[in-house]
Design a protein around this ligand. Structure first.
Ligand SMILES: Cc1cc2nc3c(=O)[nH]c(=O)nc-3n(C[C@H](O)[C@H](O)[C@H](O)COP(=O)(O)OP(=O)(O)OC[C@H]3O[C@@H](n4cnc5c(N)ncnc54)[C@H](O)[C@@H]3O)c2cc1C
Length: 367
């Protein structure tokens, strides 16, 4: 069996950030990522103020990568709209660009990045990854950063029930109407059983991302564009935006998102990061910040105390993520419940400070 001093499973924001920092701190991390090339994933691409501050610590400036600034939030339920300034400067950046930039920086610091290699199973007891090429690789410490995807051998049991959430994402081609509607703004469209986020990203296109109960997609015939059409009565402005695009790329999907999960207990030599540490409801747009924050804290703990820091890092991070994950879960529930969402938007219209408060309390922070 091959050995590496520190192994990182997955090269999303969490994995790339921890690789960068471990290498910068003098360690020799090896990162395993299954995709061969940079690609887009199911993510809204919203970077809140905390994500931007955390990226700055890694030497990454979204504005320098062309990310359009976002200053306002617009919430829409049916024909009701509430809009206000955000309490922080935000930005829209595609995950293709963000992930590729972070992985390049990690390689630049001396981390070994092995792409095109899938992890088939994680053995937490032996601290070893079984790979798709039938080989295995063991390590002194494993940083588990496979994100939304369940890693075999390291489950995240949640009470997602018999109608779990799934994520959908598509890039809408630029159009004057979309550019006008979305300039400087993140839109959140609420409907029964789900919501959609829409923003402009650095390539001029718009990123449309949905989190939706599986049953809603099934009821619409199983195809995302049929779901958008079926939502025309409930979310007419979403259907309008979709229709305003001059074209669209392929849909990406991810099933069974374990919203609300937090890894409360750790073990020696194992550090769960990002969505493997805590899964915040995506309408908060703070999953990337959680990924970066967990990576920064895990790298610091490991470089300071070694593999034995696993349990203390994990319980401290679970405690830190408790409030944002809890508040976002509650807002998700309200947003997906029409008889709550409508009056909530009406309230937000009269008290837009509540939107700012909700945006602020769903941040992990960057302190
Ligand atoms: C619908 C939706 C919208 C969202 N919108 C936003 C948003 O606007 N802003 C925000 O901050 N957050 C958002 N999030 C959350 C955000 O996408 C995640 O929290 C974030 O991507 C977590 O980063 P990560 O590095 O932990 O995992 P990921 O980004 O999922 O990265 C995991 C990496 O591991 C690799 N990998 C997975 N399995 C294997 C394997 N078996 N072998 C090898 N490699 C593997 C993957 O290819 C991937 O590169 C959204 C989530 C959803 C579902």
């Amino acid at each position: 069996m091959r050995r590496a001093p520190e192994l990182i499973a997955g090269g999303g924001p969490a994995g790339a950030a921890v690789a960068l920092l471990l290498a910068r701190g003098g360690a020799m991390p090896v990162l395993i990522e299954r995709s061969r090339e940079p690609h887009d994933v199911v993510c809204g691409g919203f970077l809140g103020g905390d994500a931007i501050a955390l990226l700055a610590r890694l030497g990454v400036d979204p504005a320098a990568l062309g990310a359009p600034a976002i200053r306002r939030a617009r919430l829409i339920a049916g024909r009701r709209i509430a809009e206000t300034d955000l309490p922080f400067a935000a930005a829209g950046l595609s995950r293709r660009t963000l992930d590729a930039t972070l992985l390049d920086r990690a390689a630049g610091e001396g981390a070994t990045i092995e792409r095109g290699l899938a992890i088939r199973r994680v053995d937490l007891d032996q601290r070893c990854l079984h790979l798709g090429d039938e080989t295995a690789i063991g390590a002194n410490a494993i940083f588990l950063a496979t994100g939304k995807h369940e890693a075999r051998g390291a489950p995240r049991p949640t009470r997602s029930g018999d109608d779990p959430a799934l994520g959908l994402r598509i890039r809408l081609e630029p159009s004057a109407a979309l550019a006008r509607a979305l300039a400087g703004t993140i839109e959140l469209h609420l409907f029964r059983g789900g919501y959609a986020g829409l923003l402009l990203q650095e390539d001029g296109g718009a990123n449309l991302c949905l989190s939706v109960a599986q049953s809603r997609l099934q009821a619409a015939g199983g195809r995302p564009e049929q779901l958008i059409a079926a939502l025309a009565h409930e979310a007419p402005m979403l259907a309008d935006r979709f229709g305003a695009a001059t074209g669209a790329g392929p849909w990406s999907t991810v099933a069974r998102i374990p919203y609300g999960w937090r890894a409360r207990r750790g073990r020696h030599g194992i550090f769960r990061l990002g969505d493997q540490a805590a899964v915040i409801a995506s309408l908060a747009g703070d999953g990337i910040a959680i990924a970066l924050d967990s990576a920064i804290r895990a790298a610091h703990a490991f470089l300071h105390d070694g593999a034995q820091a696993g349990p203390s890092f994990q319980s401290a991070f679970a405690a830190r993520a408790r409030r944002p994950v809890g508040v976002a879960g509650m807002l998700k529930h309200w947003g997906e419940t029409p008889w709550v969402a409508g009056p909530m938007i009406a309230l937000f219209r009269h008290a837009p400070g509540l939107i700012r408060h909700a945006a602020a309390t769903t941040r992990i922070g960057a302190d």
